[in-house]
Design a protein around this ligand. Structure first.
Ligand SMILES: *[C@@H]1O[C@H](CO)[C@@H](O)[C@H](O)[C@H]1NC(C)=O
Ligand SMILES: *[C@@H]1O[C@H](CO)[C@@H](O)[C@H](O)[C@H]1NC(C)=O
Length: 159
């Protein structure tokens, strides 16, 4: 039965922005209508990346400029193909974002998770960005309600 085979084909995704626990889009991760997702562990990137907040909607953006910025904290989820497809659409991948493999340092788990988890997952990052975004403050652990005061919101009015 092929559908059973596909159901067990899971992908690891590293989320660092509005999809994390306690952040505005986390309900996507828990929505079984969309697909399956299971929290595996907290982790941070091995490389530094600039995670900035930009546009009038205060979106968090991870720019694909490894070696600048900070080591970024986030969460690893095991997701099925349906959830991955939804996340691709949500992240406007491949138009705005690319999904590539990133090396991670797993931070918690009971030791078992840490030892058995392959320290690698999909990461959504941007190659397309405004040059001035590189001058913006970078964050190592995104929180929409952080000290920066730049709360994420949807604003559909024209620029
Ligand atoms: C993500 O969160 C924003 C702000 O709460 C909301 O307007 C938007 O609909 C959410 N996106 C999805 C796909 O749930
Ligand atoms: C779950 O996703 C479905 C399909 O996108 C949507 O209609 C529904 O409102 C979502 N449920 C919650 C609780 O966000």
């Amino acid at each position: 039965n092929m559908s059973v085979l596909f159901a067990f084909h899971m992908h690891h995704v590293f989320v660092y922005g509005t999809l994390k626990k306690g952040q505005p889009n986390h309900s996507i991760i828990n929505n079984r209508t969309i697909g399956q997702a299971e929290f595996l562990a907290h982790a941070r990137t091995v490389e530094r990346y600039p995670l900035v907040i930009a546009t009038k909607n205060n979106y968090p953006f991870l720019l694909n400029v490894p070696g600048t910025g900070q080591r970024v904290h986030g969460e690893i989820y095991s997701v099925d193909q349906k959830m991955l497809d939804f996340l691709d659409e949500f992240e406007e991948c491949p138009e705005l974002y690319q999904r590539t493999k990133v090396r991670l340092e797993v931070q918690d788990g009971d030791g078992d998770v840490e030892n058995t988890l392959k320290p690698e997952a999909f990461l959504y990052s941007r190659n397309k960005y405004e040059p001035e975004w590189l001058q913006k403050p970078t964050y190592e652990n995104y929180d929409t309600n952080g000290d920066h005061g730049l709360q994420y919101h949807e604003d559909t009015s024209p620029e």
